[in-house]
Design a protein around this ligand. Structure first.
Ligand code: PGA
Length: 250
C-alpha cells in the first residue's frame, strides 16, 4: 500500500509573512489529513516560519534543493543538515528548473541524492522529458538516462523513503497536462526501471508523483491511475483553496 504524497512546490514565491498565512490556511483545511501525505516546500527563507506554523499538524516540510556537502566554502548554498535542522523531512532534487537554468546534471544530482539520504531526508527526485524530446519519441530514453545516471550507488534500503516525481517539462507551468494515459505509461516505465535496479518489491513500494499543471479539476483523474501516487504541485499550491482541493481530490 503506497500512501500518496502531495507536495506543494512554492518555487520563488512567498516572503515570510505570506508564507505563514498560506501555511496556516493550508493547515486549517488539510492539517488532519492522514490518508495522503501533505508536504510544503517553501523557499529557504520561509522554512522556519512554515515549520512553526505546521507544528502539531500532519503537514510536513520540504526544501526545494540542497547541496551535496555538509559545510564548506560554497557561497549561497544550503547543506542538507540545515534543512533537517529546520524541520524538513523532504527535499526536492533535480527539479527541471534546476536542471535547465542552473545546469544541474545527473552526476551532480546523484551526489545530492546520496547526501540528502545520508542525513535522513526523503528525496523527491524529479525526472521528465522536454516537448522536443517527446515529439522525437525520446521520452523513454530520457527517463531511462535520468534514472540510470541519477541513481548509481543508491540503495533504497527503505523504498518508502524515496520518492520520484515524473514531471514532463512541457507540462510545467504551461497549463498543458499529460493525459492520464500518457502519465500512467511513463510512471509504469519508471517503476519498471526501478525494478531493474532495486527489485520488484522495492519498485512497487516507491511512490511516483506526477507533476505539471496539476489542478483541482484534473487531480482525481491523474491520481486515479494505478502507478500515480500523488502530485508535485507548483502554481496551484500557491493558493490554499486549490491546493486543499487537490489534496482532497477523492
Ligand atoms: P506547475 O509546477 O504545477 O505550476 O506546473 C509543477 C512543478 O514545477 O513542480
Amino acid at each position: 500500500m503506497r500512501i500518496p504524497i502531495i507536495a506543494g512546490n512554492w518555487k520563488m514565491h512567498k516572503a515570510i509573512s505570506e508564507a505563514r498565512t498560506l501555511a496556516s490556511e493550508i493547515v486549517q483545511k488539510v492539517g488532519d489529513v492522514r490518508e495522503v501525505q501533505v508536504v510544503l516546500c517553501p523557499p529557504f527563507t520561509a522554512l522556519y516560519a512554515v515549520a512553526e506554523t505546521i507544528k502539531g499538524s500532519s503537514v510536513e516540510l520540504g526544501g526545494q534543493n540542497c547541496h551535496y556537502e555538509s559545510k564548506g566554502a560554497y557561497t549561497g548554498e544550503v547543506a542538507p543538515e540545515f534543512l533537517t535542522d529546520m524541520g524538513c523531512r523532504y527535499v526536492i532534487i533535480g527539479h527541471s528548473e534546476r536542471r535547465q537554468y542552473f545546469k544541474e546534471d545527473d552526476q551532480l544530482l546523484n551526489r545530492k541524492l546520496k547526501k540528502a539520504m545520508a542525513v535522513g531526508l526523503i528525496p523527491i527526485f524529479c525526472i521528465g522529458e522536454t516537448l522536443e524530446e517527446r515529439k522525437k519519441e525520446q521520452t523513454f530514453d530520457v527517463l531511462r538516462k535520468q534514472v540510470t545516471n541519477g541513481l548509481p550507488g543508491i540503495q533504497a534500503d527503505d523504498p518508502s523513503l524515496f520518492v520520484v516525481a515524473y514531471e514532463p517539462v512541457w507540462a510545467i507551468g504551461t497549463g498543458l497536462t499529460a493525459t492520464p494515459d500518457q502519465a500512467q505509461e511513463a510512471h509504469r516505465y519508471v517503476r519498471d526501471l526501478l525494478a531493474g535496479l532495486w527489485g520488484t518489491d522495492a519498485a512497487e513500494t516507491v511512490r511516483i508523483q506526477y507533476g505539471g499543471s496539476v489542478k483541482p479539476d484534473n487531480a482525481a483523474e491523474l491520481m486515479g491511475q494505478p502507478d500515480i501516487d500523488g502530485a508535485l504541485v507548483g502554481g496551484a499550491s500557491l493558493e490554499a483553496d486549490s491546493f486543499a482541493k487537490i489534496v482532497k481530490h477523492k
